[in-house]
Design a binder for this molecule. Sequence first.
Ligand SMILES: [Zn+2]
Length: 138
Amino acid sequence: MTITSRAQQHADREMSRSEDRTKLCVSCGREMAWRKSWARNWDAVRYCSDACRRHGVSGADRELEGLILSMLASRPRAATLCPSEVACQMSADWRPLMEPVRRAARRLVAEGRVEICQGGRVVDPSRARGPIRIRLVT
Ligand SMILES: [Zn+2]
């Protein structure tokens, strides 16, 4: 057995043990794993990072959530939406909005309202890399 695989096994064990001790960041919607430094106030932890705490969820962020839902509502039930469509709908200068749209989508996943897919499969929004599509929970 290599050191790497042992380390991996250990990591897997740790992961399964603390499985129930994860929660989703209120701002970016990514999963955060329990940390020792949070032991005392785990219940009060809402943000994964200082950046997310500073950012919080703005009115513009809520607007993006609403836009995602309304665009999906106007499509057939199983249809998917690309984050860029939402960003373009919001502004001609859409590129800076891509990450805010993805964050909004992850918050909606946390609320159980949408799913994030890649290649037609539902993926874990905290770990998805590359292009994603959004659809209503079926
Ligand atoms: Zn976060």
